[in-house]
Write a protein that binds this ligand. Structure first.
Ligand code: NI
Ligand code: MN
Length: 221
C-alpha cells in the first residue's frame, strides 16, 4: 500500500513497499521526520527555490541517491555539489524500479541559489503501485490542469493554496474541479505570513464537488 506523508510546506514522503520517495524536501523544519532513519531512494524537485530545494543536497549526499529535476537545475546541482542527478524535461515518462514519473508544466519562476536561471518550473505526476499522484509544485491556476486531467487523470492532487506565490484557496478549489481528482491535499500554506490560508474555507469549497479534501497532519510523519 502507498503511504503518503506530508512533512512540511511542499515536502512529501511517499513510501511504497521497501522504497521511499521525497518531493521538494524542505524537511528539517519538521523535527518529527528524521530522514536519516527513513528509506529514501529518489528525490524530486519541482523547482529550485529554497523552500523546495530544502535539504535535497544534504540528503542526496548522505544517502548517495539521485535528485531528479529539470535540465538546468539538475546540471547546476551536479556541477556545484557533485551529487547524483537525473536531468529531465517536461512531458516524457521516466522509469524507476518503483514506478514512473512525468514532469508537467507549472506557471511559476525557477531560480537557483546563486540567482541564475533554473529552467522551467514543473509539476510532477507519479505512478506508484497503481496510484497516480499529482504534485503541482508552485503554480497559478492554469488551463494546463484541464489537459492534465485529459492526459493523466490523477487520483490524488497535492495543490498549493497559500496565495501570493501560487494559487489561493479559491483557485485551488477550481483546480481540483478541473483535475477531477478524487482526493485533494492542500500544501504550501501557513509557513510564512504571505502564504496564510483558510483551510476551513478550502475544505468547504472542495466539498461542493465530488472531491474529498484530506488535510494531512505534519505531526503524523
Ligand atoms: Ni517557488
Ligand atoms: Mn514555494
Amino acid at each position: 500500500m502507498v503511504d503518503l506523508k506530508y512533512i512540511h510546506h511542499s515536502a512529501f514522503y511517499i513510501k511504497s513497499e521497501d522504497k521511499g520517495i521525497l518531493i521538494d524536501p524542505w524537511v528539517d523544519k519538521n523535527g518529527k521526520f528524521s530522514w536519516k532513519e527513513e528509506k529514501i531512494d529518489d528525490i524530486f524537485l519541482t523547482h529550485a527555490h529554497g523552500d523546495h530545494l530544502g535539504n535535497a543536497v544534504e540528503i542526496s549526499k548522505e544517502k548517495d541517491i539521485p535528485v531528479t529535476a529539470v535540465f538546468e537545475t539538475a546540471n547546476y546541482l551536479s556541477e556545484k555539489y557533485g551529487i547524483k542527478t537525473k536531468s529531465i524535461g517536461l512531458g516524457g515518462w521516466i522509469h524507476y524500479p518503483w514506478g514512473r514519473v512525468v514532469f508537467v508544466p507549472a506557471f511559476h519562476s525557477n531560480s537557483l541559489p546563486d540567482g541564475s536561471y533554473g529552467g522551467v518550473a514543473a509539476g510532477i505526476i507519479i505512478d506508484v503501485e497503481g496510484v497516480r499522484i499529482y504534485h503541482a509544485g508552485d503554480t497559478c491556476l492554469t488551463g494546463e490542469m484541464k489537459t492534465i486531467k485529459e492526459l493523466y487523470a490523477p487520483q490524488i492532487a497535492l495543490l498549493p493554496i497559500g496565495g501570493t506565490y501560487t494559487m489561493d484557496v479559491e483557485h485551488a478549489a477550481m483546480a481540483a474541479k478541473w483535475l477531477g481528482a478524487k482526493t485533494v491535499v492542500p500544501m504550501h500554506y501557513g509557513t510564512f505570513p504571505e502564504v496564510e490560508a483558510d483551510l476551513k474555507k478550502f475544505a468547504q469549497l472542495i466539498a461542493v464537488g465530488n472531491t474529498s479534501c484530506q488535510i494531512l497532519d505534519t505531526d503524523q510523519v
